[in-house]
Write a protein that binds this ligand. Structure first.
Ligand SMILES: [Mg+2]
Length: 127
């Protein structure tokens, strides 16, 4: 049977993979609704990216309170380099997703979903 390379799946981070109880970044609630799907994709060997609108300074600030993207990956036992992590610095994600070759993107932000769709990447709104 022919084997085909799996398409890349992409996830937003804040309020998609992790869930905040407030927007003050003091109230981390834990895994968000897409985290189990993320785990299954990792286990299945599917190419996975995390595309977050965080900018580098915010990511560094989040890491100081234990909410950095790479900390989250390490805590799940995801090997370094297994997941491509892209910080868009609050820019629309569509161009980044297209560059990565992502086929599907999960995001809690409607505007980011629209940006993905504008670049031919199927978006799924996570609520
Ligand atoms: Mg988000």
């Amino acid at each position: 049977m022919a084997r085909y390379p799996a398409a890349m799946i992409s996830f937003d981070f804040d309020d998609t993979l992790i869930k905040w109880g407030s927007r003050h970044f003091e109230d981390l609630q834990g895994d968000g609704p897409a985290a189990r799907l993320f785990d299954r994709a990792i286990a299945a060997g599917v190419p996975v990216a995390i595309v977050t609108a965080r900018w580098p300074e915010l990511e560094a600030q989040m890491a100081r309170i234990g909410a950095g993207v790479h900390q989250w990956l390490a805590a799940r036992g995801v090997p370094e380099g297994r997941v491509q992590v892209v910080l868009t610095s609050n820019q629309p994600k569509g161009p980044f997703l297209a560059e990565l070759g992502a086929r599907v993107h999960y995001d809690d932000n409607r505007a980011q979903c629209a940006s993905a769709e504008a670049y031919g990447v199927h978006a799924i709104l996570v609520v």
